[in-house]
Ligand binder design. Structure first.
Ligand code: PEP
Ligand code: MG
Length: 734
């Protein structure tokens, strides 16, 4: 029937008739989801033909709705007496007593319900239930493959529809491309097999490979102290070695399924069972089980294994979660990234920003809906992903892309002009960088230098500690590419969410407040010294500027500085060239440093406010936790007041001050920071044109007046007052 060339409806009708006859039941019906909450009777042998495509019910209605909602079979000898039964007169089903309904689903994604009924009141046997589930699995695959697509919308294959997903914006920008699934969904092409022995053998092979892989992961996890990583691997091991799991898969093979279909059947069942579990933590573990089943499916089908060789020309990466190292591995070829998870402050986001790749976060459900190669648009201005867009959306979207391109073109006209405000204040704009490929942006963006070079990105992209010589070469290349423009190298800033598996870490209840950044550097001095040597050698006698991350107390800064000075001395003694000038500064990322003694402000060559961390500690709101992060506005008057305090202290000690958190790249924020006295901002290169463009159109005095007015009005944030005061001066579009 699958192979026969006939219309979708014909095929469905034929199938219901065959199932009814084959099972000796009076009725077989197929209900498909018309939308996520409505089921439609799409074919029936035995019910009134006139009810087909007329009878609709909500997923919480009747016995059919119950099957769809619970994603579990419902088997009863007396349907009218079953709780939840709903009488639908148009179908003529009142005469049928026995009812067996099984969900049509693909990996927990509901597609519809398959029902058999008969006049006589009898309960179907377990074998019959299993048999109908196997049939349902075929139907689900066929539904997905579009076998029933006809004029009627309810029968459109789920993976051919145009779908819009809303999410959050990780990195602005518009992109058009084709889906590259980080972990591609496997499409089953041979659900049945004649010889179970062969299938058992295939399953054993695949399980052997999978267990080998899990053991490797476990070895790695043992070396890392990352609790989450260990937990995941432990769950992997638990499932991978579970006899019950394998036995259930073997049972499905015995029932006539191919090894891959059997794995998928068990995966679907497990999803349905676990979805009912009220404990959110256990439900979360479902993802781990999925990963494991997916690995098995990929081995069995060979799909997705060589996918790195099969990347579309304009790839948009779609993933549930992604680590910073993984994103770096994919590299700059990506046109965009869409994540189901993620957060604005996470490092994968920062890297996407550094690479100027449009990124959407919190796009729920996209990994289940998208297939490799699907066309997709990333709207990083509105936070929308358009999957398989229709012609109208495509036209409008392409118009916007060309509009933005002309806007970027217009920023080029001011590339070599200063960011001087209408009232004559000049703000120095620098860029944040972290990988070599960022450097060409120094020229194209018009940045005056690199205000923050995140050296850890190189470490994050590698499975082992990079060698000193290799780092020295990188630092030297960075200075070469900067062509004399200043570069501020930040020493290794790891810990918290930036985990290096080879640097052991204690289990920490609050990693953001834990063993990280300069704290690691001062305890693992070997790593800091190695990096200091690499930086000093990489400078090759040129001036060198370094800063230390997350300095909370002056002593930490003094000790780090001492290490650098010692290395300069020893290099000099060995007759090696040393930097013509070595400037050392600190990042101000903890409120404590803002209240450090005067001497510190005098001794540090400069300070750079790491607003991403400072803001999280100021508001006690985890930058990784979207739920609390966005509760607090950077333009809150308390935060601005705190920054003013820092500006004031630097002014009286004559300390150079800059701001290098992500907010420096947002026009309104950049304007307010400048208004309260910042004269140097460092941001991702893609923001420089827009920030400069806006700064050149405002008077900082007017902004200060607006901030004062907000204070006088007892406002919580200056945002509204400043935006109102600037009005048309804020000019985002050409
Ligand atoms: C910051 O905290 O603002 C900062 C620039 O450092 P990172 O985002 O790398 O922690
Ligand atoms: Mg920081």
């Amino acid at each position: 029937m699958v192979a026969e060339v006939s219309g979708g409806q014909n095929r469905l009708d034929q199938i219901t008739r065959t199932i009814a006859d084959g099972t000796g039941h009076d009725v077989c019906s197929i209900y498909l989801l018309r939308d996520p909450s409505t089921l439609e009777l799409c074919a029936s042998a035995g019910l009134n033909a006139s009810a087909v495509h007329l009878t609709r019910l909500r997923v919480d209605e009747g016995l059919v709705g119950k099957v769809a909602r619970r994603m579990a079979p419902l088997n009863t000898a007396n349907a009218p007496q079953e709780p939840g039964f709903r009488f639908m007169p148009e179908t003529g089903e009142e005469v049928f007593k026995s009812f067996l309904g099984v969900p049509l689903q693909r990996l927990g994604e509901p597609l519809g319900v398959l029902v058999i009924q008969s006049r006589e009141s009898r309960l179907c046997s377990d074998d019959e239930v299993v048999m109908l589930e196997v049939v349902a699995m075929f139907l689900a695959d066929m539904t997905e493959l579009g076998a029933f697509v006809a004029d009627n919308q309810a029968m459109a294959a789920p993976h051919t529809r145009s779908v819009e997903f809303n999410g959050g914006i990780g990195q602005e920008g518009l992109a058009e491309g084709h889906v590259l699934l980080h972990e591609p969904r496997v499409v089953l092409t041979n659900p049945v097999a004649d010889d179970p022995e062969i299938e058992y053998g295939r399953l054993e092979d695949a399980i052997g490979k999978m267990r080998g892989h899990v053991d490797e992961l476990a070895m790695m996890a043992r070396r890392s102290a990352n609790v989450e990583q260990r937990e995941i691997v432990e769950t992997y091991r638990m499932f991978a070695n579970s006899r019950g799991w394998v036995d259930r898969i073997r049972d499905h093979i015995r029932g006539g399924l191919s090894a891959e279909a059997a794995v998928e059947m068990e995966q679907s069942n497990a999803r349905a069972r676990m979805a009912q579990v009220p404990d959110a933590y256990i439900r979360e573990r479902l993802h781990d089980l999925d990963d494991l089943s997916n690995r098995l499916l990929r081995t069995l089908t060979g799909q997705g294994l060589g996918q790195r060789d099969n990347i579309p020309e304009d790839p948009i990466l779609v993933a549930r979660q992604l680590g910073p190292g993984e994103l770096l591995e994919y590299g700059r070829g990506l046109k965009g990234v869409i994540l189901e998870g993620g957060s604005i402050g996470s490092h994968v986001t920062i890297i996407a920003r550094a690479m100027a790749i449009p990124l959407l976060i919190h796009v729920e459900g996209i990994t289940t809906e998208a297939l490799n190669g699907d066309q997709v648009f990333v709207d990083g201005e509105r936070g929308v992903a358009y999957l398989r867009p229709g012609a109208e959306i495509a036209d409008a979207f392409r118009n916007r892309i060309s509009h933005r391109a002309s806007q970027t073109e217009s920023y080029k006209n001011i590339r070599n002009k200063p960011a001087t405000t209408r009232d004559g204040e000049t703000i120095s704009l620098h860029m944040n960088a972290g990988v070599m490929t960022d450097l060409p942006n120094l020229e194209s963006s018009g940045a005056e230098g690199v205000g923050l070079f995140r050296t850890e990105l190189r470490f994050l992209a590698k499975p082992a500690l990079p060698r000193r010589g290799e780092l020295a070469r990188q630092y030297s290349d960075v200075l070469d590419s900067a062509g004399g423009k200043p570069v501020v190298f930040r020493t290794l800033d790891i810990g918290s969410d930036k985990v290096l598996p080879y640097i052991n870490r204690e289990d920490e209840p609050n990693p953001a407040l834990g063993w990280r950044a300069i704290r690691i550097g001062l305890e693992r001095t070997g790593v800091l010294r190695m990096q200091a040597e690499a930086l000093i050698r990489g400078a090759k006698g040129r001036p060198l500027t370094v800063m230390f991350p997350l300095v909370a107390e002056p002593n930490e800064f003094y000790r780090a500085r001492e290490i650098f000075n010692e290395i300069v001395d020893s290099e000099r003694k060995r007759g090696r060239p040393v930097p013509s000038e070595l400037k050392m500064g600190a990042m101000l990322e903890t409120p404590s440093l803002a209240f450090a003694h005067d001497e510190f402000f005098e001794l540090t060559a400069f300070l750079s406010i790491g607003g991403n961390d400072l803001k999280q500690f100021f508001f006690a709101a985890d930058r990784e936790n979207e739920r609390v992060r966005s509760r607090y506005d950077t333009l809150s008057l308390s935060y601005l007041g705190f920054i003013e305090h820092i500006v004031e202290r630097c002014r009286s000690s004559g300390t150079r001050l800059s701001y290098c958190g992500e907010t420096a790249g947002m026009p309104l924020e950049a304007i307010c920071l400048s208004a309260i006295g910042l004269r140097m901002l460092s941001m991702r290169s893609a923001s420089i044109g827009r920030v400069k463009h806006n700064l050149r159109r405002v008077s900082l005095e007017e902004v200060r007046v607006a901030i004062q007015a907000a204070r006088a009005d007892n406002a919580q944030s200056a945002r509204q007052h400043v935006a109102d005061a600037l009005g048309p001066a804020l000019y985002f579009n050409p």
